[in-house]
Design a protein around this ligand. Structure first.
Ligand code: SF4
Ligand code: SF4
Ligand code: SF4
Length: 444
């Protein structure tokens, strides 16, 4: 009998630990005495008499103590990962339309800067492209166990006033077929689309605000040099008044972290939070320029630490970790696991105006990531690129093999990791979520 290599312990109080298991589905609050006794046996066999019989039986049934060797546990997790990934490949599909490569903003950190400003700039979907995309979606949905009736509108900027007619066409045709939509939009022209914002059409929008007016205007720059902050704030109200969800994404780096506090307070004062439909998310800004970090950017570790200092009141992007732990504890059901990080690895299709398909919106316009071509009701797959994305799950990422958090993490964002692996620091996110959960839910 030995200690499982897949225990993720978090000290949540002077005399309590929350134990999370990396493959059995277990989450348990235990006394420090038990956790500390377990840690004593980290690298040695656990003597039969180490624990009281009842405690030992419980620890075994939850997987914290195991008869499996290190290698057997590792092999078990690999097999689980392969099965989980195969299941996702069969069941999941997600659809995104790149309505246009054009954008009315010129944000300095834009990962699409090249395509928006020059190479692909200006090209929008036409009715023919939209019709072909819907046919392709129909074919894909028929091959999946769980057909999706949801489409994300993306760009460039998908809701440009110049594109109102094609967006009306996309939404009208989609609604006839039972689709609903969300838009990732800078919201500058959102007022022109008010009639399409409703629970049965575009039922959520995600917009980016990067600080209070001055800071935001320096980061979310209109191509004509006009300020953007107050217009976005006004347009958010239109969306909230239409009864739909508005997500605020705050792209966080070292220059604007503190403005998040002021922004959240400002939105509260405007009564936006009172609607219950405002969702606030802080996302770590990544340097897309050279795929490296420089001093103004947070590392993932620094990002989590900074949020921890602020007691996680500002929507730290934790990839669903808190909600998974919360559900497991509140329902008594096992933790859900996954072998890949996101849909791009097992079924997301992003359709662009050139009849091209990509797995993820962060790689649109990049030839080496094009996974297919859709026209005349058929999809022609680029098998090589497709298989590179489909195989980018934890079993095939050397840095993730053997990671005790692998099935809770999925191996991190592949778009950022093909050249150099970017770890999500999942253990830190689990520790942070466990501490918050203990304080917010268990002690309550
Ligand atoms: S709004 Fe989006 S697409 Fe447009 S420049 Fe900014 S980041 Fe790029
Ligand atoms: S990205 Fe990091 S935390 Fe996630 S599975 Fe890989 S090594 Fe583990
Ligand atoms: S590959 Fe990365 S950027 Fe693309 S959808 Fe997945 S998590 Fe998002």
């Amino acid at each position: 009998m030995r200690l499982s290599s897949y225990i993720i312990p978090t000290k949540v109080d002077n005399d309590k630990y929350l134990l999370v298991h990396g493959y059995t589905g277990a989450v348990d609050l235990v006394d420090s005495a038990v956790a500390e006794c377990l840690s004593v046996y980290a690298n040695v066999d656990v003597p039969e008499a180490a624990f009281d019989e009842n405690i030992k039986t419980t620890l075994m049934s939850r997987g914290y103590l195991t008869e499996k060797s290190i290698q057997e546990e590792y092999d078990y997790v690999s097999r689980m990962a392969d099965l989980l990934h195969r299941k996702s490949m069969l069941s999941f599909a997600g659809f995104t339309f790149v309505v246009t490569y054009d954008c009315n903003f010129r944000c300095p950190y834009c990962f699409e800067r090249e395509s928006v400003c020059s190479r692909l700039g200006g090209r929008s979907m036409t009715r023919e492209v939209v019709d072909a995309a819907y046919k392709a979606i129909d074919a894909v949905n028929k091959s999946r166990l769980r057909p999706s009736r949801y489409i994300t509108l993306f760009g460039g900027e998908p809701l440009l006033k110049e594109n109102l007619a094609i967006v009306e066409y996309i939404v009208g045709k989609g609604v006839e077929q039972g689709f609903k939509f969300r838009a990732i939009t800078n919201s500058y022209d959102l007022n022109y689309f008010a009639h399409l914002l409703s629970n049965d059409k575009i039922n959520s929008v995600q917009t980016t605000i990067d600080g209070m007016a001055e800071m935001h205007n320096s980061k979310r720059v209109h191509r004509d040099g006009v300020p953007t902050f107050y217009r976005i704030i006004e347009n958010m109200k239109i969306a909230l008044d239409k009864g739909i969800e508005v997500g605020v994404r705050f792209n966080t780096d070292k220059s604007n972290f503190q403005e998040m506090v002021a922004l959240k307070q400002y939105l509260n004062e405007l009564g936006y939070a009172d609607t219950g439909r405002l969702v606030f998310d802080s996302a770590r800004l990544i340097n897309h320029e050279d795929n490296k970090l420089d001093e103004s950017f947070f590392t993932q570790k620094e990002f989590v630490k900074e949020h921890a200092k602020n007691k996680f009141e500002y929507g730290c992007k934790d990839f669903g970790t808190y909600s998974k732990l919360y559900k497991a504890i509140s329902t008594g059901k096992p933790l859900p696991y996954k072998a890949s990080f996101c849909g791009a690895q097992h079924g997301s299709l992003v359709f662009d105006p050139f009849y091209r398909i990509y797995p993820c919106w962060e790689v649109i316009g990049e030839k080496e990531h094009e996974t297919g071509y859709y026209k005349d009701g058929a999809i022609v797959w680029n098998e090589e690129n497709l298989s590179r994305w489909n195989n980018s799950f934890v079993s095939n990422i050397p840095e993730c093999q053997g990671c005790k958090c692998a099935l809770l993490c999925g191996g991190g964002c592949p778009a950022h990791s093909f050249n150099r692996h970017h770890c999500t620091c999942m253990a830190d996110l689990i520790h942070a979520a466990a501490q918050r959960l203990y304080k917010n839910e268990i002690l309550k």
